[in-house]
Design a binder for this molecule. Structure first.
Ligand code: MTE
Length: 305
């Protein structure tokens, strides 16, 4: 794995643009934290979990999006999500937890460490990106609310506010958008709740103010603009699985050997690479096999896709 998990990536080694953004991050990130009231929150730290792959540009990450609450076109989210009100923001935490409640986002995150995590991101549609997220390990948030014995899954829900989300006027999915993880997946250190990217507060089209990021799973598991976290005993219903269980499994781990019924998952096109960019082979668990394969020991990954 030499080279893939180095923790000595320096932004000046990446691209001049990224280095420029990193300097801005120190300014904008600090200002953003102050403005959002995250007093006492540490400024982002670099993580050994980051990849050393070159990040996709800010422009590509923020203009080529999937966020069906704002429309199904790739540019609909950047065109329509500007009107979303993301402050104040409340997250309901319920189910099998010691401290249920309606948390102001700043209170839920107060004092927790925000890290830089440069992750590969692989959409089920076979496009990919490398995204420099800023986020908090979900495990830190779950420890804060106190997971009770008997909890085996974590369910998430996105905001449903039709007056600001034009896409929800159409029954494309059974709104609100829902996702879920097994508890051990949720507690894995790679699983983060992202509050920003490129050191800036999360753009609305990418899931402001807080979204899940699970880098070894297809992108649709990484649910945006979360307003509810529920600890459950049973596997929760999830939007794409409810829409088409044959095509979208609960696990949805990136797996080049298990094709989508309508297309191959063996390779991917990285966004921003231009029309004639070469497809790359897709990696098992999106390249995070060493970190996460043991979560699925003994499981048939074709049956549990
Ligand atoms: N979350 C919500 N609420 N609504 C969505 O439509 N799309 C998913 C996921 N999270 C989606 C969502 C899909 S299919 C992908 S690939 C990623 O968000 C895209 O994230 P990005 O637009 O930030 O790249």
């Amino acid at each position: 794995m030499a080279g893939r998990w180095t923790n000595d990536l320096d932004w000046k080694d990446v691209t001049p643009r990224a280095a420029l953004l990193n300097r801005r991050q120190i300014l904008a990130g600090g200002a953003a934290l102050a403005a959002s009231g995250f007093a006492g929150q540490a400024v982002a730290q670099t993580s050994p979990y980051s990849t050393d792959a070159e990040p996709t540009s800010f422009e590509d990450i923020t203009s080529y999006c999937n966020y069906y609450e704002f429309g199904t076109g790739k540019s609909d989210p950047s065109d329509n999500a500007g009107q979303l009100t993301t402050s104040p923001w409340t997250v309901k935490v319920d189910g099998l937890v010691d401290n249920p409640g309606d948390y102001a986002l700043a209170d839920l995150l107060d004092g927790l460490t925000v890290e830089d995590r440069i992750y590969r991101f692989r959409c089920v549609e076979a496009w990919s990106a490398v995204i420099p997220w800023n986020g908090i390990e979900l495990a830190d948030i779950l420890e804060r609310v106190g997971v009770q014995d008997g909890a085996k899954y974590v369910a998430f829900e996105t905001l449903l506010r039709p007056e600001e989300m034009p896409g929800t006027r159409f029954p494309v999915l059974d709104w609100p958008y829902r996702e879920g993880l097994r508890l051990d997946e949720a507690m894995h250190p790679l699983t983060i709740m992202a509050t920003g990217l490129y050191g800036m507060p999360m753009p609305n089209q990418n899931g402001a103010p807080i979204r899940l990021v699970v880098p070894w799973k297809y992108g649709f598991k990484s649910i945006k603009s979360i307003v509810r976290i529920t600890l459950t005993e049973d596997e929760p219903p999830t939007s794409w699985n409810m829409a088409n269980a044959r095509e979208y499994g609960f696990y949805s781990n990136v797996n080049p050997e298990v094709d989508h019924p309508r297309w191959s998952q063996a390779s991917e096109r990285q966004i921003g690479g231009g029309l004639f960019s070469q497809r790359k082979p897709t990696l098992m668990f999106n390249g995070y096999e060493d970190q996460v394969a043991s979560l699925y020991d003994g499981m048939d990954l074709t049956a549990n896709f």
